[in-house]
Design a protein around this ligand. Structure first.
Ligand code: ADP
Length: 241
């Protein structure tokens, strides 16, 4: 038993270090992302700029690598937070809006529309902000990867029962095959060879269960995918992990 405690302590200090580094890296990364995006916009306005296409390709490569770094830092933050849940009173719409602000720039560049239908009368709930941000980011990043450049993603919130509220993410992307649908929440299951880790949705599932909620997915190939999350309004501290 002692060794296990030791292991957990080691993991949590590595986790804290990882989260600290990831957090520090996020701000300069956001600045690089913004500047590279602006550079690309400027090039777009200058058809006579020498070697313009080459520079645009380079800017795209920079933006792509930034996305990869951001995925990694977010995962590191998520890893550290998976340890313990910290409950606070939250406005889910605000947590969603915060998370979406990370992705607005990329969506804009791709011509992807993110529609928000947030129910302003939602009650505040007891939940974990960092973990929910991780969940929303995982789902939204997948949706962004699935939609075409003029695609759209709909984010909705509402109340379902007196005890729970619902958050849904609908995209009009590539959708999933029956086989993919059956395995999406399994760790290391990915159809993105070379770029995917297959961890996003298994972490997402684990977090939602830990917060006492539930998550469902429906999808049709060639039409799109709908993720629905149910969250309890009151924290259930002894929810299964
Ligand atoms: P990764 O994104 O690294 O592959 P995830 O666990 O986040 O890992 O997702 C697992 C798989 O689920 C993806 O590889 C993809 O095939 C599928 N998937 C997830 N979200 C969507 C979506 N919105 N549209 C289509 N397929 C999706």
């Amino acid at each position: 038993a002692f060794r296990q405690v030791e292991h957990a302590q080691k993991l949590s200090s590595i986790g804290r270090l990882a989260a600290g580094v990831a957090h520090e890296i996020n701000n300069p990364l956001a600045a690089i992302n913004e500047k590279a995006g602006l550079m690309k916009d400027l090039l777009g306005l200058r058809p006579d700029f020498p070697d313009r296409d080459k520079f645009i390709t380079l800017a795209d490569a920079i933006l792509k690598s930034i996305r990869r770094c951001r995925d990694i830092t977010h995962r590191m933050l998520g890893f550290a937070r998976r340890m313990d849940v910290s409950y606070e009173e939250l406005d889910i719409n605000e947590v969603l809006t915060d998370t979406l602000s990370f992705l607005d720039q990329e969506a804009k560049h791709r011509g992807v529309t993110i529609v928000r239908e947030l129910d302003e009368s939602l009650p505040r709930i007891m939940s974990d902000r960092g973990q929910l941000q991780q969940v929303f980011l995982n789902i939204l990043n997948n949706a962004l990867a699935a939609v075409p450049d003029d695609g759209n993603i709909e984010v909705k919130t509402g109340e379902t029962t007196p005890d729970s509220l619902v958050i849904s993410f609908q995209d009009n992307g590539c959708g999933m095959s029956q086989d993919t649908l059956e395995h999406v929440f399994e760790p290391f299951f990915t159809t993105k060879k070379g770029t995917g880790t297959g961890l996003g949705l298994s972490i997402t599932y684990g977090i939602i269960k830990k917060l006492g909620g539930d998550i469902a997915v429906t999808s049709k190939q060639g039409e799109g995918t709908l993720f629905t999350i149910y969250l309890p309004k009151k924290a259930r501290k002894e929810a299964a992990s």
